[in-house]
Design a protein around this ligand. Sequence first.
Ligand code: HEC
Ligand code: HEC
Length: 473
Amino acid sequence: MDAFKTRVGKIVTTIVLVLVLLVAYIGWIVLREETPYYESPADHFKYGSISTEQKEGVPLLIWEVLPRLFPEYLPRPGGYTALGMTWEEGKETPVGISRRKVLGMERQGITCAICHTATYRKQPQDKPVIVPTGPSSKFDSLGYLRFLEACAKDARFTAGYILPEIEYNHPLSLIDKVIYRFAIPITQKLILQQSQEFEWTKSRPNWGPGRIDPFNPVKFRMLDQPIDDTIGNSDMMPLWNQKLRSGFALHWDGLETSLTETVNTGALGDGATLQTIPIEDLQRVEKYITGAEPPAYPFAIDGTLATQGQTIFEHNCASCHAFGGERTGTVIPQPEVGTDRHRLEMWTAEAAEAYNDFAKGYPFKFNNLRKTNGYLSVALDGLWLRAPYLHNGSVPTLQDLLNPPDQRTPVFYRGYDVFDPDRVGFVSQGEEAEYWGFKLDTTETGNSNQGHLYGTDLASQEKIALIEYLKTL
Ligand code: HEC
Ligand code: HEC
């Protein structure tokens, strides 16, 4: 009898064990995390996850169908390209969109490249040339948030409406269907919650393409700072040649002095968390931007004229802008440079202190955030591809920048990436620029094009020569 009991006991234990293993195995299959690895550093920069998917991302299959289901909430036809994203041929997501399987579901997120990849075209009919580490002049970050919000607010944001569109391209298993039935309303709730956290943007001037308010979201959402009325709209910066920038302050107002910290704060600002931030993946990004170089000017350059321009540059600009210049990479007090004050005032000493405390107890602490009193005298490498100019992107071309402020173009369109080699900047007037662009009015708060008077009193021949030289940087 006892022997029988023992045998039954053994069988039961084995069955229980097998069941437990089976459940664990299925759980592991469903819940394991899968992050695609990109061998090439450039692909890693463009598509590699920086762990923004879990907190701010959307399940990939839902994300893919939103432009088809709700095209009326996009500014123009073209899916996500209407918001300034760029697709490389043969890729499943646009540049700057990562994918990663978290909690059993593939989600999308953003990477550094969505803001830090430039494009340009020599002619309207050309395909855009994609330049990773250049500043995007067309990604409309706020437009993207508003698009997701409008979709989530639509009464049709239901499994009944969204699932058939997903299944049109991706046959779903029964389990997947059940998962998505839950995921769709949860996604809706999370998008609405996120847009609530960005409610303050609605009472301030629009960022438009190629600009964001970089630190107000961080202040209000991460650092628990009170919602104030500051406006931080600022132009994307290039990330190339960080090796040559070693020792420079970082960000338009120089609020950081450590590149590693800047990279890590970049990821946290985009949706990584203290728990998920992938330090090793970010080290690869840092290595890549340290060595990346800007592309050469793609049109002809008059060498003789450029040589004349170089002398003018050395007399008027090099002390603040040449690598090795006495003040290059340092903060120039705002009253001295005279450009718009708003971006500077957005960042506060309290926020800097809160950020320096933010990662206490983690191995990647922050120590170097600070409050400054001016703007960075940036190195000018790859300058031709960095239009519109100044920290708030208020000056469309180099020709405009060398004009006194009252002769700079007061209203223009940002976001169209066809290049204008005559004025050196992107085409920012005319039908095409208006169709693709965002109207930037320099009389709006935070958009002022005043200040930076350097070179504005040069003779017109000298300006032409200087611009020719600036094309070579
Ligand atoms: C949503 C857009 C956006 C994303 C995504 C983004 N950045 Fe930025 N980044 C900016 C803007 C805008 C600035 C300039 C902000 C300012 O100081 O006003 C900037 C500034 C920087 C700078 C300072 C450059 C200099 O020379 O001073 C570095 C470095 C940087 N970002 C790295 C990164 C990295 C690395 C990532 C990804 C982990 C990232 N950024 C993600 C928009 C973005
Ligand atoms: C005293 C230092 C100083 C001198 C001299 C100076 N600049 Fe600047 N420059 C700055 C500062 C500071 C900024 C950033 C200001 C801002 O964006 O608000 C800047 C920004 C720029 C930008 C915008 C860069 C971008 O990515 O948008 C260009 C272009 C530029 N300067 C060109 C010149 C030229 C050309 C000269 C010489 C005729 C010159 N600067 C002389 C300090 C200087």
